[in-house]
Design a protein around this ligand. Sequence first.
Ligand code: UDP
Length: 239
Amino acid sequence: MTKGALLYEGKAKKLYETDHADRLIHFFKDDATAFNAQKRGSITDKGVVNNKVSAHLFQLLEGGGVPTHFIERLGDREMLTKRVSIVPIEVVVRNLVAGSLAKRLGLKEGDEIEPPLVEFFYKNDALGDPLITEDHIRLLNLAEPSVVHELKERALQVNTLLLPFFRERGMVLVDFKLEFGLHNGTLILADEISPDTCRFWDQKTRESMDKDRFRKDLGEVEEAYQEVLRRVCGEGRPG
Ligand code: UDP
C-alpha cells in the first residue's frame, strides 16, 4: 500500500489517501488539545499508544461482531482503514458520571449510571460540539432515524464488549466517545478508541489514566498513556 496525498489534518491525526481509492492511512500525532482546542500541548508517544490501543480494540470489537473501518496496523503510528463518510455525530456512552455530564446536570462525579447512558453531540468545532437530541438530528438532517437507532445499539454493543475487557485489566471504563461512518451504505465504527477518547480510572486507586491528566494538569500524562498501552496490548515502556 503506497501512501498518497494528505487528505486532511485534524487535531490528533493526519489522513492520507493511498493507491487504493477505498483505503486510507491514519497517522497518529502526539499533539494534544482540550476544551475545543483552547488548550494545546504535546504528549510524547501518544500517537504510538493511540494507534496500537485503537488497533487492538478494533480487532477485539470485530471479533465481537461490530464492523469497523480497521484493516491493519502499518507501523507504530499508522493504520490502514476503509474509507468512510463520517456521520457528523459523536456518540458518547457513560457508565459513571464524569466530565460534561456532571457539570450539565449537577450529578456527582463517579456515581454509577445503570443502565449506561448514550448521548449524541453534533460534530461541529465552530459550535463547540453541542449536545443534541434525536429531534435535532432530524432537524439538521444529520442521519436517517434508522441510522440513529443503529448508532445507539452499536454504541451499547461496544460498551458491553469493552467493559469486561478493561475490568480484567484493572481499569474502570467510565465513558467514551465513538464516531461512525457509512461504507457502501453500511454503518461501521471509525475514528479511534484510545485514552484520548475514553475515560479510564484505575480500579484500585480511581486515578485517571487518560486525557483528563492533560486536561486537568494532573501530571504523569505520558506515564498514564504508557500504562494503558501496557495493560491493553501487553507492551510499553517500563513505568
Ligand atoms: N470526548 C472525546 N472528544 C470530544 C469530547 C469528548 O473523545 O470532543 C470523550 C471524552 O474523552 C470522554 C467522553 O467523550 O471520554 C465524554 O466526554 P464529556 O462529554 O464528559 O466531555 P469533556 O468533559 O471531555 O469535555
